[in-house]
Design a protein around this ligand. Structure first.
Ligand code: ATP
Length: 199
């Protein structure tokens, strides 16, 4: 599922609104050390639902907002927009173009949208979950990640394989169903107690 464009505004070193168009073929991004190449892949991971500030090389999530420089003040929010060509319908949507947006304000407020419709972070995560493109997948491999995967515990490695194979979504849905089942079982016990008290 090809990426069409990435728009970054206020994310890490990107104080100016920057749009990268991904045309057909391979796109290479080059630049000197510290110029923001890794920040671009982190912006992609972030808009796709990354929730770990640590894995974005920060302490807390607001660290991804442009922190200011010698010549510019810090920004109040960060916004990333990622546009996909979904004509092959790899993402579960009948739309040919899918645009996801994530915005974070310094006070912690957050906004998410899919095709300009407000949504929850969970909707974005679920959109990618069984596509093999989730945040744990092999579609984005950051520096040090290969070594990290080799050194990871078998259980952690298994979750990466499950995400790539597209079964992570079903595992999450199973956990949710089990939790609802457990609540219902508790409710049934309560009802049964009340019935026996009344009879
Ligand atoms: P290398 O080639 O060395 O891996 P790179 O091109 O991948 O470098 P990045 O790691 O993407 O560079 O960018 C690092 C730069 O981003 C640093 O200059 C850092 O100060 C800047 N940076 C990170 N977070 C912020 C932030 N919140 N506000 C402003 N600048 C930031």
């Amino acid at each position: 599922m090809p990426l069409k464009s990435l728009t970054i505004n206020g994310f890490k070193s990107f104080a100016d609104k920057t749009k990268i168009d991904f045309t057909s073929g391979i796109t290479g991004i080059v630049g000197p050390n510290g110029s923001g190449k890794s920040n671009i892949t982190e912006a992609i991971r972030w808009v796709m639902g990354e929730q770990s500030a640590k894995s974005l090389r920060g302490d807390k999530m607001v660290d991804i907002i442009f922190a200011g420089s010698a010549t510019r003040p810090q920004m109040n929010h960060a916004e990333v927009i990622l546009e996909f060509d979904n004509s092959n319908k790899e993402l579960k949507s009948d739309q040919n173009n899918i645009t996801i947006k994530r915005k974070l304000f310094r006070n912690g407020d957050a906004e998410f949208s899919i095709n300009n419709k407000s949504c929850r972070l969970r909707d974005i995560t679920e959109l990618f979950m069984d596509s093999g493109m989730g945040k744990q997948s092999f579609s984005i491999i950051s520096q040090g990640r290969v070594e990290e995967i080799f050194n990871s515990k078998p259980i952690e490695r298994r979750s990466i394989i499950e995400e790539s194979a597209g079964i992570a979504l079903f595992k999450q849905k199973k956990t949710q169903a089990e939790s609802r089942l457990s609540e219902t079982t508790d409710n049934l016990h309560r009802v049964s107690d009340i019935v026996s008290e009344l009879s």
